[in-house]
Design a protein around this ligand. Structure first.
Ligand code: PAF
Length: 290
């Protein structure tokens, strides 16, 4: 695996891949890699060669009171994991390389990013789209791989790619969960043992929605009541938001009719976690994927 630190070098590798008609796949990450990231890498390797993994803890997507400083950066461990998988290139630019002095541009997808995560984390999605557009321009991937855990992020990136006629195709992969259902996240590393046990409530709250849907419940308020009941039983978990939105618009649904997401965000101690379930119409019923 070759480690690339500069934009110029990454662009050269991307141009060479293009010239040779190779299908470059990009897996953008902020490092602290877990099985969720590795599943994206494996998916990329099925479809693409070469595969580039980027690790960049992007300051522009963290609010002033958020965890940018303490975000885990186990680069040697990450590098070894990627090496073991046979990744071709690791792109690890510095902050100065991505945002040199005088950098002034911000990329904002209007509408989709002002609610839910966007409301709880003002400016977050502008930071995400700014860095993702840069990464797509620098690495010129044919396919770029993202996890469904960040469902709103994925929807916004898809919108940006469409609106700006970018060449990359966005591939969305399932959430990877621990045995007890907790969605894998680099931030799970912040949880102590009691918080880790309490964090299961997020998955369990989505599972309560799944069971209610299976019983035939379709009303948003009833489904959210089932979700909240589970969260309220766990004193270490403080709900930030729970919502059911239409998958395309991210507008709250009335009654469940179309493909939708149930989204939950909560604080477990100092750690903010998010999770979601995908609800897809299947005949008279709904397929619920956690
Ligand atoms: O999902 C993430 O890890 C980040 O938001 C991303 C897409 C790598 C952009 O910094």
């Amino acid at each position: 695996m070759e480690t690339i630190h500069t934009v110029a070098w990454m662009k050269q590798v991307a141009s060479a891949a293009r010239r040779d008609e190779r299908v470059l796949g990009l897996v953008p990450t902020m490092g602290a890699l877990h099985e969720g990231h590795l599943s994206l890498v494996r998916a990329a390797q099925q479809q693409c060669s070469p595969v580039v993994v980027s690790i960049f803890v992007n300051p522009k997507q963290f609010g002033p009171a958020e965890d940018f400083q303490k975000y885990p950066r186990p680069l040697d461990r990450d590098r070894a994991l990627l090496e073991a998988l046979g990744v071709d290139y690791l792109f690890v630019p510095s902050i100065e390389e991505m945002y040199p002095a005088g950098f002034r541009t911000r990329v904002v997808v209007e509408g989709l990013g002002d609610r839910l995560e966007g409301r709880s984390r003002p400016g977050h999605f502008g930071g995400v789209t700014t860095v993702v557009l840069k990464l797509l321009e620098i690495a010129q991937p044919r396919f770029a791989f993202f996890g469904r855990k960040d469902a709103q992020q994925v929807r916004i990136i898809e919108q940006m790619v469409g609106d700006l006629n970018l060449d990359a195709e966005i591939v969305v992969r399932p959430i990877v969960r621990d045995a007890d259902g907790l969605a894998l996240s680099s931030r799970n590393a912040y949880l102590d043992a009691e918080e880790r046990a309490a964090a299961r409530a997020l998955y369990q709250s989505l599972d309560a929605v799944r069971r209610a849907v299976a019983r035939g419940e379709r009303e948003r308020t009833q489904l959210l009541t089932a979700l909240r009941k589970v969260i309220e039983q766990e004193p270490k978990v403080a709900l930030d938001y729970a919502e059911i939105v239409e998958a395309d618009t991210f507008e709250p649904v009335g009654n469940l009719r179309k493909t939708s997401y149930v989204l939950v965000a909560a604080r477990v101690g100092q750690t903010r976690l998010i999770d979601n379930a995908l609800l897809e119409p299947a005949g008279e019923s709904f397929l619920v994927t956690l």
